[in-house]
Design a protein around this ligand. Sequence first.
Ligand SMILES: *Cc1c(COP(=O)(O)O)cnc(C)c1O
Length: 423
Amino acid sequence: MPTTGFTTINGVLHADQVPLPAIAAAVGTPAYVYCANTVRDRFRRLDDAFAGVPHHIHFAVKANSNLHMLSLLRALGAGVDIVSGGELFRALEAGFGGRDVVFSGVGKTVAEIEQALRAGVALINVESEAELVAIDHVAGGLGLTAPIAIRVNPEVTVETPHAYIKTGEKGQKFGIPRDDVARLIAMIATLPHVELRGLGMHLGSQISNADPLRDALPRLLAAIAHARAKGHPVTYMDVGGGLSVPYEPNETSADLDDYARLVRAAALETGLTLLLEPGRYLVAESGVLLTEVLYRKHAAGKDFVVTDAGMNDLIRPALYQAYHAIEVVRHTAGALTADVVGPICESGDFFAKARVLPDVQAGALLAIRTAGAYGFTMASNYNSRPRPVEVLVDGERFAVAGAREQFDDLVRLERAPLHWRTA
Ligand SMILES: *Cc1c(COP(=O)(O)O)cnc(C)c1O
């Protein structure tokens, strides 16, 4: 069987059977390259881990919202977890129906709630009392009943590589603190246009072990039991996302089997349909950011490798001090310890510090690995840099899945002459 994913064949890094230099020659750099087969593999692993438990996998669109990625996941049988009206728009464009959609997020606007209800989403996850009132009000105005779920903040200790990706601890903005859940359930019973169909949680991202889940599940089950005892038609239990992937060589990730064992047992105990909201797990390892070395530089006793990709293209190292493995695309001899940096005018614009690499020269191609999640979706135009092209690889073929932005795209929305108004 031909290899899938990113492998070295005759000294050249390939995506499935396609050599990465061929992609760089065809579409230029920087370029995000995604392997469809890796996404299929991760989806099946997760789906298989929950065989025998009624479940739906709702891909967290914010991890990678490319329309072709969404279509690929839809073809596999996924639904989506969205956090904005823009993501709902994308999901519908990619062919998902409203019933495939779970709507999460702490700050849904009235317009977004209305958009979601008109689309007939499966669930709106409620994150505050005020939001609950707003949802009831909007649903009433539309003459509908809103299917809602309570996002419980189980207030457990969560270990993640960076504080910014914890969400299920005490004092965070996410979810309903567990002591307030009973009050919210009582309030829902008094509101005419909402129906409590589920309870869920999302503990954070890149969670390294099963401890937080082990602590949180009983708290979620208690909330579910309470809601059912009060007569609410609960059918869903949502355990959120957060499954980790390895970024560093030899890194051990949270064990899918451990995760599945805990969650399966809890879901079977409730008899509810399980909802899973993985983002990173499904797509992170499917992607690389392909970049060309522009210059080598030696300054203050240090070596730098300057690439044509910058923090605007991949912000994770700057934002989360995230580690990304970097591979030289064509076998190169020698060794070098260098900072790999982008061209942007910020000291935070780096991909690696003091990294040991082969002795790469200008013109070499590098693959920044594990960039399929929270890569392109967090890209910006900072320094007026057009965002990179996105390429999908499937076996022996590759195609542009998102065209490279052009300079004109940078100013398109600013071209109209000023139309002054007064209040
Ligand atoms: C971001 C997010 C996810 C996905 O998290 P991953 O770590 O990418 O799996 C799932 N659910 C909610 C509510 C989220 O905000």
